[in-house]
Design a protein around this ligand. Structure first.
Ligand SMILES: [Zn+2]
Length: 300
């Protein structure tokens, strides 16, 4: 495992009757666990989300496109959010990464309990320009995989098998996922075959411990003519910068910024995704505000 890194395969079955994304995101889940000092349950929640978002992100068309996936289920861990793009970059955050729950009766981490299921999965697709596209579904279980499968079914009318898994020990042992989508021309017999194999993927993190991605393709899809179209690297990486944070501060408006200057002579902003701190002195805020106001004058 290389910390922060992952790998994805995109392939088709039966000459295009179904398309599949398969990823090993163990190293990314480990880095997310480290960055957020996450509990086992929240590490699993983030691990599953990283894999789901990565598989959705690589399917976007242009370089600057992004998907932002948010699960807001009202659970004690708070909202879980990931951003991913076609370049394979993913970032993730959860509001209360320290929240830990007892294991479920079947011995699994209680991700659904931590995230809650009283809410929605929201997918925002933003493009380099224009209005973002927003899709929403009611949560099925807050276990992430079922919620994403429901999203694909409801908003894209695509029958989808989505399996995500993260095994946590002292560290992340394995994490990843698979997404299988039946295309409109998919035959009944292929769908049947996929349904039979779907059960196998209930233990996707187990498979990832035992086999490489290529071996999973070969073993799990024997007889379905798998054809690998693309192999791509994935990476957990935040794209925040001081310039971006300045924009966020400016968006608060002059009144709030002046308050920060007068009351605490500066401010400190922490990026939710990588937990990096950005400090601004009162003087820096004043200069920022002045530059911002001048720019607004030019525009108006
Ligand atoms: Zn950041």
């Amino acid at each position: 495992m290389e910390i922060g890194k992952g790998r994805l395969l995109r392939f088709t079955l039966m000459g295009g009757e179904a398309r599949v994304f398969l990823c090993d995101t163990t190293g990314m889940a480990q880095l997310a666990r480290d960055i957020h000092h996450a509990s086992n349950t929240c590490s699993a929640a983030m691990g599953r989300m990283i894999a789901a978002a990565a598989m959705m992100g690589v399917n976007l068309k242009s370089e600057g496109d992004r998907i932002t996936a948010t699960i807001n289920g009202g659970g004690p861990a708070g909202p879980l959010c990931a951003v991913a793009g076609p370049d394979g970059l993913v970032k993730v955050t959860i509001e209360h990464p320290e929240v830990e729950l007892k294991l479920k009766e079947n011995g699994k981490l209680n991700v659904g309990g931590a995230l809650g299921k009283d809410g929605q999965l929201t997918i925002m697709r933003s493009f380099g320009y224009g209005e973002p596209y927003l899709g929403r579904v009611q949560l099925v279980s807050g276990e992430v995989a079922e919620d994403f499968a429901m999203y694909y079914l409801e908003s894209e009318q695509t029958p989808t098998v989505c399996a995500l898994g993260t095994t946590v020990g002292e560290d992340i042992i394995a994490s990843g996922g698979i997404l299988i989508q039946a295309m409109p021309e998919c035959s009944e017999s292929t769908i049947e075959q996929l349904e039979i194999r779907a059960e196998l993927f209930g233990a996707i993190s187990q498979l990832l411990q035992e086999m490489t991605l290529e071996e999973i393709v070969e073993n799990a899809f024997r007889g379905l003519n798998p054809q690998i179209l693309e192999e791509m690297p994935l990476k957990l990486e935040c794209d925040c910068s001081r310039e971006r944070i300045e924009e966020v501060i400016l968006s608060m408006g002059p009144k709030e910024i002046n308050k920060l200057i007068e009351e605490q002579n500066g401010c400190e902003v922490t990026c939710h995704f990588c937990r990096k701190n950005y400090r601004f002195t009162g003087e820096e805020l004043a200069a920022l505000l002045k530059a911002g106001l001048e720019q607004t004058d030019e525009e108006s």
